[in-house]
Design a protein around this ligand. Structure first.
Ligand code: 26V
Length: 822
């Protein structure tokens, strides 16, 4: 295994054991004789944590001393998952820990699974942030993540009678991976008013006064790189009442209750992660979260810069800030406010600095996800910021007017203010105007934003402000950690683990596609991973699944555009077809397990209906004696990062079947292929680049193209429009109560039959079903399937977040790596 060159690493199991025992007996104050799995987890985590801290301190010292440009990644979500396994692999002493724990009577896997996932994210956007942090550290970039320390991460999902229930995810008790920095606090202001006056030099000054103050407290999380000493920092802000005279006075005045209430209202800001993925709802608390986090982070960044005593004009040479979606757009306004109101720079001078500093990444074209905030809400909460937004907009519109005289429609379209009732602030427009680069996350997506939602801005700024950086995944977690057997087999063939830090080296695997022994090993590993998943399914759902069946997986947030409904209708179609077969015909059926997983936003009724249907289909199909092993339907509860680590290595095929043009990128598609699974997908998001890389003979593509979507949507309203005949048969089964009360699913079928089928389920159904027949046929030819699997993995080098980070560093941030030495 990889050994990190580090004085901080354990050199053997004895040293690890010594540290483990010391932590159990002293830090945890427990006797070795009543050391349970939870204590063994804590002891192991603390032992590795000590090692990380040494490198972490070294990294921070070196970065401060060297004083070069740093990257700040602002994200409201970091979907980190578990940290221990990652820390062990990065420190490079997992085997010492395995042996040491075995001596104490524990299996390392059981100890690792004691850890609660850090689930501070909804899905793809948050997990991307986590993968990017891993690559930033691995590539030695001086970089910080900034986020919120939610007390409750994404809710835990339970399925009760087929329905999703949401349980709060309280995760903070004895979390060894965070370090409270009670000395690093920032006062954050809300509400109040703006006083305008002339100072002694005759300068107009704006002063934001009389607001409420909430305190931001820093909590730091070490982010270790793989095979390097670099250990970066993720700083998460927690809110707390400012311990000023205010509450003290109240307390003394006998108003204890209201003092406590103030405190609780302050703590509410960082209490909970908003669970809406891709739906903007304009809640004041969400805006408070955004400003709280942006203001605290900027204060921190500016303070660090000021210590260097440089001129303000050098700020963009020292600082690059990347905005993960529009959620941190207020950071643009806040920096402008700091520069003009507090530091006394002129507007133009300040604005040049601001735009050179920021880059903005867009993650969706869905109109319902584009952030807008009501002007009135903003005025009340952030009065000075609204003024600055109006000024930014005024100067921007004046410049547009000059270039496009007499085009009032253009002005209305690009304005930061949407002149509706109520008036709204368009955050994406503000983010574009305040950044020097805007990027999409896959080629098609980047082309689409230029051609649709941001078209006018391409005309105004020219095409160079817009670029593409196709997403990736970290091969450390998503290959080495999740699939250690496959990683070891690859390392054996390639003569080492260098591919984990240069994923393009995987291409050397193609030379072994025809190597019989290698193929057998490859197949055996997939079977072993499927067996682990089958065991997990048995333990959690009680269902037995045949590990030799074709495992067909769709795990991701539940959303109409991702079309889990298409999948479950396909499953029903398969069920009906098998039921209609003779015994002889059934012998030719390829046994299949359809596996679903994913959360629905608590208020997203249609998504919850889809979950309900999947579970009801499961309970009918799985106990139908006629069907047996030919078809099983499984819904895995509470899909999260650590479950993804079990599921991704165990798929034969996975589904990435969004309506063309709607999925910005997708990243689980990459995880599945990297683990030797094939995929069925539409020509959407990163599926297109996956196809380019692995070859179209290695992917099952189907369905409408993005360019045809609009036209097809219109046709749904023609009078001669016909529902797909096979889909109609599926709907009839649902309507005959085959899967429980049809009324429960009426809205779902009606959205397709009666309300315009916005996501083109009917249009794509036939090609979807036909393509699945091809999947079955191909799966029967084990050798052909294996060749596709191996070839695909060999060609996945492009999809590492290491490549992604280098692209951001070169084309957007202009930062250089900095190695940390002894
Ligand atoms: C939006 C909102 C709206 C307000 C409420 C809370 C909330 C939370 C998250 C979002 C972001 C939606 C955008 C998003 O998650 N995009 C996903 O980004 C992935 C990484 O780039 C990409 O792979 C997925 O295709 C894309 O859907």
């Amino acid at each position: 295994a990889w050994r990190k060159y580090s004085a901080a690493g354990f050199s053997n199991k004895e040293e690890f054991e010594k540290e483990l025992v010391r932590h159990i007996e002293t830090t945890l104050a427990r006797s070795l004789y009543n050391c349970d799995e939870s204590a063994a987890y804590s002891g192991t985590a603390l032992a590795f944590r000590d090692r990380l801290i040494i490198d972490w301190n070294k990294t921070q010292q070196r970065q401060t001393f060297n004083d070069q440009k740093r990257v700040y990644y602002l994200s409201l979500e970091f979907l980190m998952g578990r940290a221990l396994d990652n820390a062990m692999l990065n420190v490079g002493q997992k085997e010492a820990a395995r042996d040491g724990l075995r001596d104490l009577g524990f299996r390392i896997e059981d100890i690792i699974s004691q850890e609660h996932d850090a689930a501070l994210g909804n899905g793809g956007l948050g997990r991307l942030a986590a993968c990017l942090l891993d690559s930033l550290a691995t590539l030695n970039y001086p970089a910080w993540g900034y986020g919120l320390r939610y007390r409750y991460g994404i809710f835990k999902q339970e399925i009760v009678n087929g329905y999703q229930m949401e349980i709060p995810d309280y995760w903070l008790d004895n979390n060894p991976w965070e370090f409270p920095r009670h000395e690093i606090t920032v006062d954050i202001q809300f509400y109040g008013c703006v006083r305008k006056y002339q100072d002694e030099n005759g300068r107009i000054v704006h002063s934001w006064e009389d607001g409420e103050i909430v305190q931001a407290v820093a909590y730091d999380v070490p982010i270790p790189g793989y095979g390097t000493k670099t250990t970066n920092n993720l700083r998460l802000w927690s809110s707390k009442a400012s311990s000023g005279e205010f509450d003290f006075q109240k307390f003394n005045a006998g108003d204890y209750e209201s003092a406590v209430a103030d405190q609780q209202s302050a703590e509410t800001i960082s209490a909970v992660l908003y669970p809406n993925d891709n739906l903007e709802r304009g809640k004041e608390l969400r805006l408070k979260q955004q400003y709280f986090w942006c203001a605290a982070s900027l204060y921190d960044i500016v303070r660090r810069f000021k210590k260097t005593k440089r001129a303000w004009s050098e700020f963009p040479d020292q600082v690059a800030i990347q905005l993960n979606d529009t959620h941190p757009t207020l950071a643009i306004v806040e920096l402008q406010r700091i520069l003009i109101d507090i530091e006394g720079l002129e507007w133009d001078e300040a604005w040049v600095i601001v735009t050179k500093t920021f880059g903005y990444t867009n993650h969706t074209v869905l109109p319902e996800a584009l952030e807008k905030w009501s002007v009135l809400l903003m005025q009340n909460l952030l009065p000075r910021h609204l003024q600055i937004i109006y000024d930014v907009n005024l100067f921007f519109l004046q410049s547009v007017e000059k270039r496009f005289p007499n085009d009032r429609n253009m002005l209305a379209r690009v304005s930061v203010i949407e002149e509706t009732h109520p008036k709204m602030v368009r955050m994406a427009h503000l983010a574009i105007i305040g950044s020097h680069k805007v990027n999409g996350v896959a080629e098609l997506h980047s082309d689409l934003i230029k051609a649709t939602i941001f078209k006018d801005f391409v005309e105004i700024y020219g095409p160079d402000r817009f670029t593409n950086v196709t997403n990736g995944i970290t091969p450390r977690r998503w290959l080495h950690q999740a699939n250690p057997k496959l990683s070891a087999l690859i390392a054996e063939k390639l003569g080492g683990y260098e591919f984990l830090t240069d994923l393009t080296l995987l291409d050397k695997l193609e030379a072994f596609v025809d190597d019989k022994a290698f193929r057998e090993d490859w197949a055996r590993i997939k079977s072993a991973n499927k067996l682990l998943l089958a065991r997990y399914i048995k333990d959690t759902t009680g269902f037995d699944v045949n590990p030799n069946a074709l495992f067909d997986v769709q795990v991701k947030r539940i959303h109409e555009y991702k079309r889990q409904q298409l999948n479950i209708f396909g499953v029903i179609h398969r069920y009906l077809s098998i039921k209609a077969m003779s015994a002889d015909e059934r012998k030719k059926v390829v046994p299949r397990v359809s596996i679903f997983g994913g959360k629905a936003a608590p208020g997203y009724w249609m998504a919850k209906t889809v979950i309900h249907l999947i579970n009801n289909v499961a309970s009918v199909v799985n106990k139908d004696p006629e069907i047996g092993d030919l078809l099983k339907v499984i819904f895995i509860e509470d899909y999260n990062v650590s479950k993804a680590e079990i599921i991704c290595p165990a798929s034969d095929i996975s589904e990435h079947i969004s309506t063309a043009g709607t999925e910005a990128s997708g990243t689980s598609n990459m995880k599945f292929v990297l683990n030797g699974g094939l995929i069925i997908g539409t020509c959407d998001g990163a599926n297109i680049e996956i196809t380019r890389e692995i070859g179209e003979q290695n992917i099952f593509l189907f369905g409408t193209l993005a360019e045809d979507v609009e036209d097809l949507r219109h046709r749904h309203f023609y009078s001669d429009f016909q529902l797909d005949a096979q889909l109609e048969r599926v709907f009839n089964a649902i309507k005959e109560d085959m899967f429980g009360d049809a009324a429960d699913f009426a809205a779902l079928t009606a959205s397709i039959e009666e309300h315009g089928d916005y996501y083109l389920v009917s249009d794509d159904f036939n090609s979807y079903v036909t393509t699945h027949e091809m999947v079955d046929e191909t799966f029967q030819n084990k050798e052909k399937w294996l060749a596709k699997s191996i070839t695909s993995v060999a060609r996945m080098g492009f999809f590492s977040t290491d490549r992604v980070i280098n692209e951001y560093a070169d084309s957007i941030w202009n930062v250089e790596p900095l190695e940390v030495k002894d």
